[in-house]
Design a protein around this ligand. Structure first.
Ligand SMILES: Cc1cc2nc3c(=O)[nH]c(=O)nc-3n(C[C@H](O)[C@H](O)[C@H](O)COP(=O)(O)OP(=O)(O)OC[C@H]3O[C@@H](n4cnc5c(N)ncnc54)[C@H](O)[C@@H]3O)c2cc1C
Length: 455
């Protein structure tokens, strides 16, 4: 095992950041400014050399956006920090060292830290529903997004090739589980994608296509105001999306889904968007966690009871001044990242860290068909204006001018030309050992989260 530990006291102090998502990558970028004048080096570790801009993942999967444009190369993001594309495998909080394995390499390496930031995010929570791990799909990586799109096209091809109407409808029935932001956006965008794509298939009718959104609660979009959620549900139902409330899925088979009301739906595609859980590594480490396994932190973002360790983003419980946990969203992870960069600079300069007080700026959901709902800075909006705001906000939030321009071009082209309904080939059969090796995003996500199933 190689080691990258320090040998003398003159070497710079080192901050190691685990995970280059909204928390980790933004923290590393902010440290570039906060650490000016200090002899401190920053190392960011992630299994991918890109950071996934999750809010645009659904669009990347349904084709209004080139999939590559929904990710940002880490190195384009970093000015001063060093980056290692590696799988984090262990942490020793007494010795202050991290063990990782370079992606594509065999040996493990160790690196010591003075301060450690854990921002390893979350995985999709897959409860013990029979058939879910075998047949269910999820949307938590770029590979998942492309695989879902490929799957939708496979279903269209199969449906076009059969004279059996019942079979055709089963092939083109997509069931989305979970009526929060991701589930609603997946249902809305996939319904639109399937209906537009179906026009290219001579033997597929619009009435063959169905999307069912299944939600356990008594309304969708529980994090938004009730009137906006009602607008969203009414809009989706008007388009033919079957919104089922107070319902969940109790079993999934190859071609059938059983609901909690005992009804069975013919469907070959179930997309599970119902909840998250912390990165499984967290459970393997001696960290203080709540009853759901999230890392418990002090108000200044330090992990409770463990010196020199901080945690932000989806994997952590960080509390506001009223004692409520900040929601697991990108906007909160980014704000925590900026605050943490300031606190790290403070402690490394011998000053005290400050409690993290950040504000939610609002929430937006795109429903497909150029419609959305939004509540931003207390103002509510529904319809085209909310959808336009959704796109504008995420375009502005996307890091890098080049990326912004590419996305704006993708969206402009999408307004004028029809989309390409082609598969991107992630489903191909392995032909030789090198092909069988998992890709960076796919394989590792599969390792920590159970498989995305049929996709
Ligand atoms: C489809 C989808 C849409 C979303 N839309 C929105 C939205 O519109 N607005 C919003 O505010 N939030 C949205 N979210 C939520 C948001 O993406 C998360 O809250 C945010 O990404 C959390 O940031 P994070 O840094 O904690 O985790 P992440 O951004 O997930 O980053 C974690 C990083 O850790 C890396 N990692 C994990 N394990 C290892 C390991 N063992 N070794 C090496 N690297 C590892 C991962 O590769 C990843 O890069 C969405 C989420 C999804 C899935």
């Amino acid at each position: 095992m190689a080691s990258e530990g320090r040998t003398d006291t003159d070497t710079p102090r080192r901050i190691v950041i685990l995970g280059a998502g909204f928390g980790g990558a933004y923290c590393a970028a902010a440290l570039g400014k906060n650490l000016r004048g200090l002899n401190v080096e920053v190392l960011l570790i992630d299994r991918n050399n890109f950071f996934v801009f999750y809010p645009l993942l659904v669009e990347a999967g349904t084709g209004s956006l080139e999939p590559r444009h929904a990710v940002v190369p880490i190195r384009a993001f970093l000015k001063t920090a060093e980056f290692r594309m590696a799988e984090v495998v262990d942490a020793d909080f007494d010795r202050r060292s991290i063990t990782y394995r370079l992606v594509g390499g065999d040996d493990t390496q160790q690196i010591d830290y003075d301060e450690l930031v854990i921002s390893l995010g979350s995985v999709t929570r897959l409860p013990d529903v029979p058939g879910l791990r075998e047949f269910g799909c999820q949307l938590k990586s770029l590979t998942d997004a492309v695989a879902l799109r490929d799957r939708a096209i496979t279903m269209l091809e199969l449906a076009n090739a059969t004279d059996d109407e019942a079979k055709r409808r089963g092939l083109l029935h997509f069931v989305v589980v979970g009526g929060n932001f991701t589930g609603v956006e997946v249902a809305g965008e996939f319904d639109m994608f399937l209906r537009a794509a179906a026009r290219k298939y001579r033997h597929v009718n619009q009435r063959d296509i169905k999307v069912t959104l299944v939600e356990l609660g008594d309304r969708i979009l529980a994090a938004l105001d009730a009137d906006l959620a009602e607008y969203a549900a009414a809009h989706m139902r008007k388009r033919g999306i079957d919104v089922r409330l107070n319902t969940t899925v109790t079993a999934i088979e190859h071609d059938r889904v059983t609901l909690s009301c005992s009804e069975q739906l013919d469907s070959r595609t179930v997309i599970w968007c119902a909840g998250i859980e912390p990165n499984p590594l967290i459970g393997a480490w001696p960290l203080p966690v709540d009853d759901r396994g999230y890392i418990l932190c002090e108000r200044d973002l330090r992990v409770k009871g463990i010196e020199h360790v901080w945690a932000i983003g989806d994997c952590a419980v960080n509390l506001d001044r009223d004692g409520s946990a900040y929601p697991a969203t990108a906007q909160h992870a980014v704000q925590q990242a900026a605050h943490l960069a300031g606190n790290l600079a403070a402690v490394l300069s011998g000053r005290d860290p400050r409690p993290c007080n950040i504000k939610s700026r609002g929430a937006l959901a795109a429903l497909g068909c150029r419609t959305g709902v939004a509540k931003v800075f207390g103002f509510k909006l529904a319809g085209f204006g909310a959808w336009f705001l959704w796109r504008t906000v995420y375009l502005l939030k996307m890091p890098g001018l080049a990326r912004k321009i590419r996305i704006a071009l993708d969206w402009t082209i999408d307004l004028v030309f029809s989309r390409d309904y082609v598969q991107l080939g992630v489903h191909r059969t392995p032909r030789e050992p090198a092909d069988a090796a998992p890709t960076a995003g796919a394989g590792h996500n599969r390792k920590v989260a159970p498989p995305s199933g049929g996709a």
